[in-house]
Write a protein that binds this ligand. Sequence first.
Ligand code: AMP
Ligand code: ZN
Length: 136
Amino acid sequence: MSDCIFCKIAEHEIPATVVYEDDLVIAFDDLNPQAPVHTLVIPKAHHENIIDGVPAETLAAMTHAVAEVARIKGLDEGFRVISNKGEAAGQTVMHFHLHVLGGKRWERALSKGCSRRLRFCAVHRDRVHAMIETYV
Ligand code: AMP
Ligand code: ZN
């Protein structure tokens, strides 16, 4: 699509920090990162969102790209994958994309001063859940 910013990134018409690329997908760092690692994985073909007729082959390529991003970025301990569908869910760019979010900044910031491990602390676990809810 001629007026789609992510189509332009896929076609290398506008710059991005590309992390991974193959015939079907491209992954690049988000301009406004919400975590230490925040990379977007998109299909090169224009699909508006995750349920906009994305071929199975493309979905498989995107899953592979997520694994490559995690490997390249060293997200050995885990990461989140989020896709917003529709304005009401917070989608601002109407070209299907997966957010790959990783790193420890949230966990450290949220549990500062707490002697318990985050996953065992109800207070901080609830704060993390509240943050996650703002993303889905
Ligand atoms: P969403 O709100 O789920 O549609 O996510 C769109 C994401 O695209 C946001 O996190 C933006 O920061 C990001 N974004 C928008 N324009 C660019 C760009 N030119 N390069 C990299 N990331 C971008
Ligand atoms: Zn597009």
